[in-house]
Structure formats: C-alpha cells, structure tokens
Design a protein around this ligand. Structure first.
Ligand code: SAH
Ligand code: SF4
Length: 350
C-alpha cells in the first residue's frame, strides 16, 4: 500500500488493478494520508485559493430520463419552470454586485432554449459583465451548437461523463448513447472550451472496477474541471430505494482524482454538503478547490431538485456567499472571486 500511495503521489497514476487493490485495502490512516497528499498537490497548483462560481439554474425542463435524476421527464410531480432571459440577467447582476466574476448557467436538456436564445443570453451577459467567465451546463447538443456558443463568448462547459463504464452508463440512461456523451466531451475540448467532466459515487451496481475506469478516463481526457459527487436517491425516480453514495467514499474519489489530474479545478459539490453538514469543507481539504453557491431566484430553488433535501434552497444569494465564505476561511483557505480560469488558460483572463 505504501508503494501504491507513493506512486499515486509522485507519478499521478496507477493501473486499473492497482486502483482496485488500493480501494479494497484503504485503512483510515492511509485515507488521512491520501487526503493530505491531495491537499498538498492542489496547493502546488492553485495554493489555498477556492474559486467561486455563481450557479444559475435557469430551467428544470428536461427531455432526458436519467434513472437517478429528480428532473427526469417521467417525473410528472415536478413543477417545471423556465427563467426568462431578463430574469437570468438579473440573477447574474445580483451575483456580479456581490463580487462574482464566474457564472454557471445550468438546466435540464431543455431545447426551448434554442441556439439563438442561448447566443442572445451569453452575448448579453458578455456585454454587461465583460470581465466574467461564463460556463454552460445544459447537456448534449450538436457540434454546431457548441461552436456557435463558443463563438458567442462562452468560456467553459460542464458535462459530467457520469460513469466511464459503457454497460453501467447504458443501464442508467434509457434512450441516450454512451458514444454520444464521450463524443460531446471530445468535441467541446477540440473547440477550445475549458471542459468539465465527472461522475457520481455510489450508483447502483457501481464497483471499484467502475471507479477505476472513471479515474483512468479522466486522466486520458485531462479535463480542466472535474465534478465528483455522491449519488443521492430521489423518491420520485426508479432508483428511490437505492443506497446512494457516502460522503467518505466520495472524498476518496475526489482525492484520487486530484492526484490523477493534479491541475484540475474541482468543486466541493452541494451534494457533498447535503450528505454531511461539513461535507464541502472536507472536500476542500481532500483536494477540491471550487465552490458553486446558488444564485437562482428563491422562488424556483426548491423546484430544481436533481435530488432531495438539497441545502441552501432557502437562502438569499448574499447569505449563501457569507455562509460559504465563513466556512472556507475557517478551514484555512482563501476566497477567490475572479474568473478562476484553469492554470493553462490564464492568459485569456488578462
Ligand atoms: N442536464 C445537465 C445538467 C444538469 S444535471 C446534464 O445532465 O448534464 C447536473 C448533474 O447532476 C448531472 O451531471 C448528475 O451527475 C447530477 N445529478 C443528477 N441527479 C443526481 C442525484 N440524484 N444525485 C446526485 N447527483 C445527481
Ligand atoms: Fe436531465 Fe441532466 Fe437530470 Fe439527466 S441529469 S434527467 S439530463 S437534468
């Protein structure tokens, strides 16, 4: 185990068999050392900085039917909403006034937000907030769409691969294609976006082998951002009786991903904070270095339920910022409100 931990830290890689062995034999003491090495690695690339992204959840309509997600189209109990372009801009303005210079626009796969409308939203945001970075997280679209939105000024795109195992992917995504998901990620990279991939921990049927495949896939793709969160079962989905992921297992994967892809920007997810009141702080000390406070209007927050009991759905944007700031400073990290580009894209932020 010592040899594996050293190899992971010094060479930033292990074989699939080594990962599985490592996960099977992880002791509490080794886990602590793994977290420390991940924290050290993150500090080497991004020091103590924690980057803020304001999250705007602008539509909960979705044409997909992912088995784990509360927004899946078969869930008829969702009260669906769409923000208008003006409302999205108001949210961003509120965030901008609070100091945010990085925004993430996220939604279900809602094709009412056409290429034309998305271009208009991104263009208006770039005019009003020229020094802010814009990230989209709106699912699978065509290459032409991705290109047009990039040309309109979008900086980044988040599209988790969810699981790198084809069979597990197919069992969770009826009507979707594993190859298309992978192709979207590669296309986004080719176009020049800063790309975010990532996966859930604790999916039903997920084994150590599957998790090893996720880490190896991330190493190969080398995305600029990696989102890893626990799967949290939602009562109105077919996976309502599943066990779900634990905060501890997720922390291990965050730390390992940090060592596999040392220069990645990695969020301490809201899902981590939902499972454990100090889950986000723990994620920060296990290699994560981004937080995404929610800026969506209070009246729609509860409706954007990918999973249930999500934290922060009742808090004002300013309250969210203060609460997270306090937690980060108390953990010994430093708040960064700038664009927060990946270290290899820094020239674009000057
Ligand atoms: N529709 C877009 C973006 C919104 S979903 C997309 O799918 O890419 C954002 C992420 O939420 C997904 O990538 C998935 O990893 C996560 N998610 C969905 N349901 C979840 C659940 N029940 N528990 C934890 N994370 C979930
Ligand atoms: Fe839609 Fe994304 Fe949820 Fe899948 S994970 S159902 S694409 S919102």
């Amino acid at each position: 185990m010592e040899v594996l931990l050293s190899k992971l830290y010094e060479r930033n890689g292990l074989t699939k068999e080594e990962i599985v062995y490592f996960l099977q034999h992880l002791t509490p003491d080794l886990k602590k050392r793994l977290f420390r090495l991940a924290d050290e690695t993150r500090k080497r690339h991004y020091n103590e900085s924690v980057y803020f992204r304001g999250l705007i959840e602008f539509s909960n309509f979705c044409k997909q039917d992912c088995m784990y997600c509360g927004l899946r189209r078969s869930n008829l109990s969702v009260d669906r909403y769409r923000l208008t372009e003006e409302e999205i801009l108001e949210c961003a303005a509120e965030g901008y006034n609070l100091g945010y210079r990085s925004f993430v626009l996220q939604s279900g796969e809602d094709f009412r937000f056409t290429e034309e409308l998305m271009i208009s939203i991104v263009t208006s945001m770039k005019v009003r907030f020229p020094d802010a970075a814009i990230t989209l997280s709106i699912g699978e679209r065509s290459e032409a769409f991705y290109r047009a939105l990039y040309d309109a000024g979008t900086d980044r795109y988040l599209l988790r691969h969810e699981t790198a195992s084809r069979s597990l992917y197919e069992s969770l995504h009826p009507g979707m294609s594993y190859d298309n998901r992978m192709n979207c990620l590669r296309t986004l990279k080719d176009i020049g976006y800063q790309v975010g991939a990532g996966f859930m921990v604790g999916l039903p049927g997920q084994t150590y082998e599957h998790l090893a495949e996720d880490l190896l896939f991330l190493k190969e793709l080398h995305p600029e951002m990696i989102g890893i969160g626990p799967f949290i079962p939602h009562s109105a989905t077919p996976l309502k009786d599943a066990t779900g992921g634990t905060a501890q297992d997720t922390l291990v994967m965050i730390a390992m991903a940090r060592l596999f892809v040392p220069d990645a920007l990695m969020p301490a997810t809201t899902a981590m904070g939902t499972l454990d009141p100090t889950g986000r702080e723990k994620a920060l000390s296990a290699g994560a270095n981004v937080v995404m406070p929610i800026l969506s209007p209070l009246k729609v927050r509860e409706k954007y339920a990918l999973y249930e009991n999500k934290i922060c759905t009742g808090d004002e944007a300013s309250h969210c910022r203060n609460c997270i700031e306090m937690r980060i400073t108390a953990s010994g990290y430093k708040i960064e409100l700038g664009r927060g580009d990946h270290c290899s894209f820094l020239s674009t932020s000057e």
